[in-house]
Ligand binder design. Sequence first.
Ligand SMILES: Nc1ncnc2c1ncn2[C@@H]1O[C@H](COP(=O)(O)OP(=O)(O)OP(=O)(O)O)[C@@H](O)[C@H]1O
Ligand SMILES: [Mg+2]
Length: 431
Amino acid sequence: MPALRSNAKPRTYIILLCAIATFVSLVSAYFTYTNARSSAEDSLKLQALGIGVSIEAALKDGHDFALKKNIFSEVIADESRTGIAYIALYDNKGTTLAHSNERLAGRIVVDNTLAEAILSGKPFFRHSALATGEEVFIMDFPVHIKMDILTLRIALHTYPAEAAVRQANLQIVGIAGIIIALWIAGFLFIKAAERSERLEADLRQKERLAMLGEMASVLAHEIRNPLGSIKGFAQYLLEEAENPGNRENPEHYRGILKEQLGIVVDESGRLEKLTEDLLLYARPVEVRPEEFDLRSLVDEAVRAMGKTGNTDLSLSIPEGIRITTDRDKLRQIISNLIQNAADAASDNGVLNISAKLSGGKILVSVKDNGQGMDSETASKAFEPFFTTKTKGTGLGLTIVRKLTTALSGSITIESKADSGAVVTLELPEKL
Ligand SMILES: Nc1ncnc2c1ncn2[C@@H]1O[C@H](COP(=O)(O)OP(=O)(O)OP(=O)(O)O)[C@@H](O)[C@H]1O
Ligand SMILES: [Mg+2]
């Protein structure tokens, strides 16, 4: 379907645009999320280390005293340190030496990660969950007190540090929403474009059919008339041939024969012209430029026209205007214009064909003093099959315009009802 084929390009662009927007948004959302995650992790580590170091110092200062007074509850109560879930101190067997929740002191904890911190001598970080299900960030921090290596465990609430992560999540949801909206909008746009393409194609098809219908009816009419005449006169001649009276009066018979056959020839000529005009109208124009003398071409066109009644035809074309264009096409154009001028002019009409060269352009004017055109005729003159003549096809000016355009020229008509017409052709000197 041509409608869909011509739509393929915008559709590809829209899909490509949506895909690029989706990719860029997803990549940027991914980086925002991972950055937020790692900075939340870093800030939890720093906070835990800060607390760990300061508690280690306090424990070293006065080990027993600190344990008795429960330094951990004091740290948690300190308003400058927020987000601490609990603090505990374990020996290497898992015994809770101290706990911010005093009730848990003395309990033995079975926990492999405690040994891990002691063995590595480095702080060990991980995420875990409280009994309430809340997520906490845990640091197991080896502390050296006198001869012992103990593990200080600091558990932090992750919620405050992960504000940036939550914001990144929110941003991802927002971006996902925008991407979905973008795809829906793209899809709707493509559908609308396809629909309007289809409607346009339907309209073009209807216009083509209407044009074809009009053409068919004009053609049927144009062909039927001369054919009717040809048939009528041929029948008449047949009857005359069989008429015994004609044998006695051959002179009279010859007269009839000449007159009737003349009409048959004329009508066949009309049919021939119609066929030629139709071909010119329908076929693409193939231009073959050559250099020639303008005046000799116009002379040729005038001679080919034969006698145009009592019309007085004059030429005002200077000798030696050379033009490079398609000679045959220009002759067809000028012949059509002269024919129209001769048709419009009355028996004693005056026709003038003039030409001049001006700034690389050649202007050819065909002027007549005929009946001219009213505004309706002037506006429709170039339409195919528009004619005001009983024996016209209405293709003359349509062909003239088509050929003129093919020769990169233009054509204008100046005319008023009852005051003749001037048709001016403007062509490039060299095509
Ligand atoms: N020089 C002119 N003066 C007045 N009217 C004109 C002139 N040239 C064209 N017209 C008007 O324009 C109409 C269309 O002209 P066009 O040459 O296309 O067709 P046509 O002459 O009627 O038929 P044909 O196809 O045989 O040329 C004419 O029927 C006529 O009414
Ligand atoms: Mg004509």
